[in-house]
Design a binder for this molecule. Sequence first.
Ligand code: NAD
Length: 355
Amino acid sequence: MKIAVLPGDGIGVEIVAEAVKVLNNLDLNFEMETALVGGAAYETYGHPLPEATLKLAKEADAVLFGAVGDWKYDKLDRPLRPEQAILGLRKNLGLFANFRPAICYEELVDASSLKPELIAGLDILIIRELTGDIYFGQPRGRRVATDGHFPGAEEAFDTMRYSRPEIERIAHVAFQAARKRSKRVTSVDKANVLETFQFWKDVVTEVGQQYPDVELDHMYVDNAAMQLVRAPKKFDVVVTGNMFGDILSDEAAMLTGSIGMLPSASLNASNQGLYEPSHGSAPDIAGKGIANPLATILSAAMMLRFSLNQEAAAVRIETAVKKVLAQGLRTADIFSVGTTRVTTVEMGSAVVKAL
Ligand code: NAD
């Protein structure tokens, strides 16, 4: 089981170290190799996704990723910015299906900004298409930028597009995931305004005919954003495009209390995957030892389940995380009166102990 470990920038380094610590305490044989990515790689190699890092990721069974980015790179031309590394990995590894479960742990009901009755027992799965849409549209209508900006320019544009096969394969992923849950899929679009999403809706409907046992409904993205905070438990599997999924999955993340709790998996057609927390590099708290490592530790559990075929070990990690929450241990982002505040490293060690 070969794992490429790419910590990246900011808190990425701190939280990945804790996930690696947990993996090393499972009594399984992993071959782990670490490489630079994002701003850290730019500093050393002048590129956020060096050839060697990409090669390592391609050859591994799975990639454990931290986060990339820092505001100090905002002046760089876009291809050199740290965030291009994650886009490059998704594209090069063909990681088209992004799974973002939003589960509200009983112990964290009070950490949510919503009323407890709205989110207690919440368990939804957002499936975001990851390699198409406006983030990968060609041509990127960008003039050559100076310092990453467009002094004197009159316009800038990006192109939204989806092909039939791209929509079909993500729709199949969603319907198959729903079969293992409560057999309901909500496809989120903006078909009332965008041609791309009328096409999306048509193709998802067609694919849905092959899954008569799964109930399909469609919702406009603005309504979905509203329903997610009004009655989130109405959803089960939500499938949507790259940009809407980016936004809605962060919204769903906050329902559960903290973005520091939410793992994610990005898979290609052969179940090779990249596993990362749903959050970014959090430069505002980097280096302070207070970041929540649980999203990354739970991402490692998803890695064991989806790419490494180690279901029992995945369950062990998830059970250990529930145990430390039940013990009242909390990093700053999920701390509330009556619980015990711990650092990033202490949280990782508590999970290891709970294993
Ligand atoms: P962010 O997710 O890094 O942070 C948003 C807020 O959540 C911050 O207040 C941060 O302190 C907090 N937070 C995030 N993770 C946390 C954790 N584990 N524990 C406790 N608190 C946590 O988003 P941002 O501030 O908008 O972006 C910062 C940088 O990260 C940017 O450069 C952005 O481009 C990048 N980014 C990278 C990825 C990625 O690598 N996949 C994803 C999103 C953002």
